[in-house]
Design a protein around this ligand. Structure first.
Ligand code: ADP
Ligand code: MG
Length: 559
């Protein structure tokens, strides 16, 4: 077991490495943030494990991250005294990618650098980003609480395989040695590294220490802390710069693009917690994968408890990233406890509202940014009215639709805008659903609306008809499917229109009967309509029948 073995990377890792090295060379410096982020996570995990077993601290209770470099040997070395890894952990974590759906995702790679670098952003880079700057990477690690002989040495040139062997290691935790490529020599420099730590990792919870380069006697060569080392969310809003919020987001979200917006709140009183919530600028590749991790990072009294605490948010807000730090929960809380805890329930209600308010504010103050959000996450938010009945009015205000007003497929029209354009006497919000935008747009059901100049929302996402089943009204106005039931145009329908319809019905009574007989049990009723101006006839769904789109979904599900 202790001998050296050579193992191949999982295929997906090879693809990812290739992609990363070729598409991120202009973004080299992010490797340091990724490695410090991992070190900080490892310290968090150790502190959590030590809550139950403080022997895990061994003789080294002061959690910190050490950064060294050697300009002659061209190395950068990052050492943490966190949880560490055993041999199996290393093979698993540094040889494979555990995220499900990875293989399918990586199939989309095109070889076009620009496109691919976008994809990789959706994916996250992590440890493997070391190979952007290093042509050889060594990892020395020992899992907290395991014997010195169970230390592990891993080495790879990022070319498809790695070696692994057991070595003696007295220190707990992980050390990563990067042997820099020629074109990345610049990183073996104290000034450069200090700047990067400040830039990317100022407000992680642990000190990053480096050897002092000061010329003063007694300081030179001593380790000194180079970051602020206070968890960002514990500071007050006024002390935090936008840049710092953004960097912290990248640290917790494993993203390397900026978030669209955030909301940071300290709550005191009946509940006592801090929340820092972010809306990402881009959907992760596995947004629609049911097993994909989601949720917030949970801390209790500043101590990290778990990642992906999903109990603090409803499913339709699963794109939200962030931190909850509670003073009410016990340090012993487990996922099971979270599931039916009344404190958690209250925090969830409040956090849900915060996210909705944050989105609402974004939509008003920065409509362009909001549109970006909608394009990425709109279909997820559309799950909201069904999942969260109590907030459906708020969610309604956040929805965006295609509409006959713009005539464009892009979903840009809000219900408030629609209402602002309603005709005098119009009391309902009209919409049409169809399989695709073009089909909806050319539907004969729209003829009368076009004639009267009444706007109709065009819904063609798979989820739309289902959503409308839960969205009965907004701002006191009912929704009306234009393809359903007896079309009532309210005051917009003139007396003349009505009279015309009645007369026509009388006049064509026999014809209507004959058509109905001919179609037998395939229709419920045949009537004269004012719906149409050009087409001779159209199909209408009964008020309480399943819509066409819904029928297809049910059929596809084998019902
Ligand atoms: P992520 O951080 O998103 O999980 P990474 O590629 O950065 O992905 O890291 C993969 C895994 O390797 C981590 O989840 C962790 O289990 C392990 N790992 C990486 N760095 C360290 C470290 N310094 N100490 C302990 N485990 C680590
Ligand atoms: Mg990581």
């Amino acid at each position: 077991e202790s001998q050296k073995e050579t193992l191949g990377f999982q295929t997906e890792v090879k693809q990812l490495l290739n992609l990363m090295i070729h598409s991120l060379y202009s973004n080299k410096e992010i490797f340091l943030r990724e490695l410090i982020s991992n070190a900080s996570d490892a310290e968090d995990k150790l502190r959590f494990a030590a809550l139950k077993d403080d022997s895990l601290f061994e003789s080294d209770p002061e959690l910190k991250i050490r950064l060294d470099f050697d300009a002659e040997k061209n190395t950068v070395t990052l050492t943490d005294n966190g949880i560490g890894m055993n041999r199996d952990d290393v093979i698993q974590n540094l040889g494979t990618i555990a995220k499900s759906g990875t293989a399918e995702f990586l199939k989309q790679l095109s070889g076009d650098e620009k496109k691919d670098s976008k994809l990789i952003g959706q994916f996250g880079v992590g440890f493997y980003s070391s190979f952007i700057v290093a042509d050889s990477v060594e990892v020395f690690t020992r899992r907290a609480g395991t014997p010195v002989e169970e230390g592990v040495h891993w080495q790879s040139a990022g070319d498809g395989q790695f070696t692994i062997e057991n070595v003696d290691r007295t220190e707990r935790g992980t050390q990563i040695v990067l042997h820099l490529k020629d074109e990345a020599k610049e990183f073996a420099d104290g000034f450069r590294l200090r700047n990067l730590v400040k830039k990317y990792s100022d407000h992680i919870s642990f000190p990053v220490v480096m050897k002092s380069e000061s010329e003063e006697e007694g300081e030179k060569g001593e380790y000194e802390t180079v970051n602020d080392a206070t968890a960002l969310w514990t500071l007050s809003r006024s002390e935090i710069k936008d840049e710092e919020y953004k960097e912290f987001y990248k640290h917790i979200a494993h993203d390397f693009e900026d978030p669209l917006t955030w909301s940071h709140n300290k709550v005191e009183g009946k509940l006592d917690y801090t929340s820092l919530l972010y809306v990402p600028g881009r959907a992760p590749f596995d947004l629609y994968n049911r097993e994909a991790p989601r949720g917030l990072k949970l801390y209790v009294q500043r101590v990290f408890i778990m990642d992906d605490a999903e109990q603090f948010l409803p499913l339709y807000l699963r794109f939200t990233k962030g931190v909850i730090d509670s003073n009410d929960l016990s340090l012993n809380v487990s996922r099971e406890i979270l599931q039916n805890d009344s404190t958690v329930e209250s925090i969830r209600t409040a956090v849900t509202k915060r996210v909705l308010d944050m989105l609402s504010k974004l939509s008003k103050k920065e409509p362009e940014q909001y549109q970006k959000f909608w394009n990425e996450f709109g279909t997820v938010l559309k799950e909201g009215p069904a999942e969260d009945f109590s907030n459906r009015e708020k969610i309604g205000g956040l929805l965006r639709f295609a509409s006959t007003h713009t005539g464009e497929q892009a979903q840009t029209v809000s219900l408030d805008e629609y209402i602002g354009r309603m005709k005098e006497g119009q009391s309902k919000i009209y919409y049409i659903t169809a399989d695709n935008f073009m089909a909806a747009k050319s539907s004969p059901h729209l003829e009368v609306f076009r004639k009267k100049g009444i706007e109709v929302l065009i819904l063609s996402d798979r989820i739309d008809e289902w959503m409308m089943g839960y969205l009965n009204e907004y701002d006191g106005k009912q929704f009306q499917d234009v393809a359903r039931g007896d079309l009532d145009l309210g005051e917009v329908e003139t007396e003349e229109d009505k009279k015309h319809k009645e007369e026509a019905a009388e006049e064509h009574k026999n014809l209507l009967e004959r058509i109905k007989t001919a179609l037998e049990d395939r229709v419920q009723e045949v009537r004269v309509t004012n719906r149409l101006t050009d087409s001779p006839a159209c199909l209408v769904v009964g008020d309480f029948d399943m819509g066409a789109q819904m029928k297809k979904i049910m059929e596809a599900a084998g019902q």
